[in-house]
Design a protein around this ligand. Structure first.
Ligand code: HEM
Length: 122
């Protein structure tokens, strides 16, 4: 009895923390938007590279949350997210090479990907 109560308690604690850490799509998007805004303010390739790594992780998470409008087109939704991830990777390669200006140019192009994604799935 005591043992099963304890395991129930353990499950309750575990599931609460899972809920607390699992981001929603809206939450991910807010984080992505925050990082995206700061990209242009990066003062070094290294700084920008770190921001892009954080942004990539948020986009990967966003990809796992299928919004209502993408239910019938999950592949398209994933492809749009992958397009953004590809741009993040390109920008990171440039940032890592110290080409901050070029990396920022690629970052600017991400706005088109965002707008396409929003018009289809938001
Ligand atoms: C640089 C890229 C992007 C930025 C800065 C961005 C930013 C945002 C922001 C600020 C919101 C509103 C969040 C809120 O207040 O709740 C949002 C929502 C949303 N975005 Fe993005 N987004 C980006 C890319 C994308 C892409 C590529 C897709 C689709 C493939 C997408 C799909 C959505 C959807 C479906 C919502 C609605 C989420 C909800 O309310 O549940 N976004 N985005």
């Amino acid at each position: 009895m005591r043992k099963s109560l304890l395991s129930l308690l353990a499950i309750a604690v575990l599931s609460t923390s899972a809920v607390a850490t699992a981001a929603t799509l809206g939450g991910d998007m807010k984080d992505i938007a925050g990082i995206y805004k700061s990209l242009d303010k990066a003062e070094s390739g290294d700084e920008m590279s770190k921001m892009l790594t954080d942004m990539r992780a948020k986009v990967e998470d966003a990809k796992t949350h299928t919004p209502e409008k993408a239910q019938q087109d999950v592949a398209g939704y994933h492809a749009q997210m992958d397009k953004l991830i590809g741009q993040i990777d390109s920008a990171k390669t440039l940032a890592d090479a110290g080409k901050l200006k070029d990396a920022k140019k690629v970052a600017k192009e991400m706005a088109t990907t965002r707008n396409e994604g929003h018009s289809k799935y938001k």
